[in-house]
Ligand binder design. Structure first.
Ligand code: ADE
Length: 326
């Protein structure tokens, strides 16, 4: 992770230097540079620890992956996706995503040193209060929308957006995490050299089902197509969940759940905010090209200007004190 062009500003007792631009260590780190604490997250092939950098005293979340397990469970691609997406996002300077400070490995494990989001994920907050009020729903869905604008601008799709992957920092602002299912989209068609491709010899596709069943978009179930619009579907599910307390599509069996998604079979509870209902209806649209926002360029201006967000200043959300959740 050494950055030759960055100015070195700080030399610490342990002989570790940090670069000026993003506090990345210049020399490769190893597990002894951190004091590992409690487990703060567990994934299918990784464990996330709270850890303290012994040189800076800063707290980090360190994702530790067992190499053997990754190979056994064929998760190499997932680990690579996560690293690539986090690197791009970390270099982009946005505060809306967990930042990847550095990576290293030893004989058995891979380590991802990330920013620590002190207040955990969004799901327990939704479950605790049962229903966010309008101010909270507007604020948090507004920050998620800004994160999607940034992500899609960089041609990255998250593909597993859900409340568990929306972390909250010490100031209760969001940090989107878990890019293991993400996809860095190819360049636009006219920028891609397709000369060796024809109908009988298509570009190989490896679009296997990714994501979490309850938030998966209908096009991912039927056509296996990849488009940023699938994240807008998930946004619609999350806005619904913030207000109703549960995601819109629920079923004990995955088969029934997928059937409900494909039939747009869900209901709004009594008292559901009318503007929010209109917004969710415009996001939970079966045709991915017809979802609100898909015809916008750069920013999701048509979502920003929806009546539900009337009066919300999206550009200053990150410096606004979040509304209390209760
Ligand atoms: N759980 C998983 N990743 C995390 C992070 N970066 N901060 C806090 N909790 C986490």
């Amino acid at each position: 992770q050494a950055t030759q062009t960055s100015q070195v500003v700080q030399v610490n007792g342990g002989g570790q230097s940090l670069t000026a631009n993003n506090m990345m260590p210049v020399t490769k780190r190893n597990p002894k540079d951190y004091i590992f604490g409690k487990v703060i997250g567990e994934g299918s092939y990784s464990t996330v620890y709270l850890a303290k950098d012994i040189h800076t005293n800063r707290e980090h979340a360190i994702k530790v992956c067992e190499k053997q397990q990754i190979i056994r469970e064929k998760k190499r691609e997932q680990v690579r996706r996560e690293k690539d997406a986090l690197n791009i996002l970390s270099n982009s300077g946005s505060s809306l995503f967990v930042k990847l400070y550095c990576t290293f490995q030893d004989a058995e494990r891979l380590y991802f040193v990330m920013s620590y989001a002190k207040n955990g994920d969004l799901l327990p907050y939704i479950n605790k209060v049962g229903s966010f009020d309008s101010a909270c729903t507007r604020f948090y869905s507004g920050e998620i929308l800004r994160a999607l604008e940034h992500l899609h601008d960089l041609n990255i799709m998250h593909r597993d957006l859900k409340p568990e992957n929306i972390l909250l920092d010490h100031n209760m602002h969001i940090k989107v995490a878990d890019f293991g299912c993400s996809k860095i989209l190819e360049q636009p068609a006219d920028a891609v050299d397709n000369t060796i491709l024809d109908e009988n010899n298509p570009r190989p596709r490896s679009n296997s089902f990714v994501g979490t069943a309850q938030y998966v978009s209908p096009e991912l179930l039927t056509e296996k197509t990849i488009s940023p619009s699938s994240d807008l579907w998930a946004l619609g599910c999350i806005i619904y969940q913030m207000i109703a307390g549960l995601p819109p599509f629920r079923s004990r069996s995955e088969y029934m759940l997928f059937k409900k998604i494909l039939n747009l079979d869900y209901v709004y509870p009594d008292g559901f905010n009318a503007d929010a209902k209109d917004l969710v209806q415009k996001l939970l649209v079966l045709d991915p090209n017809e979802r609100l926002g898909t015809k916008d360029d750069q920013r999701y201006t048509s979502i920003r200007s929806h009546p539900f967000y009337k009066g919300l200043d999206f550009d200053t959300l990150h410096v606004t004190t979040p509304p209390p959740i209760y």
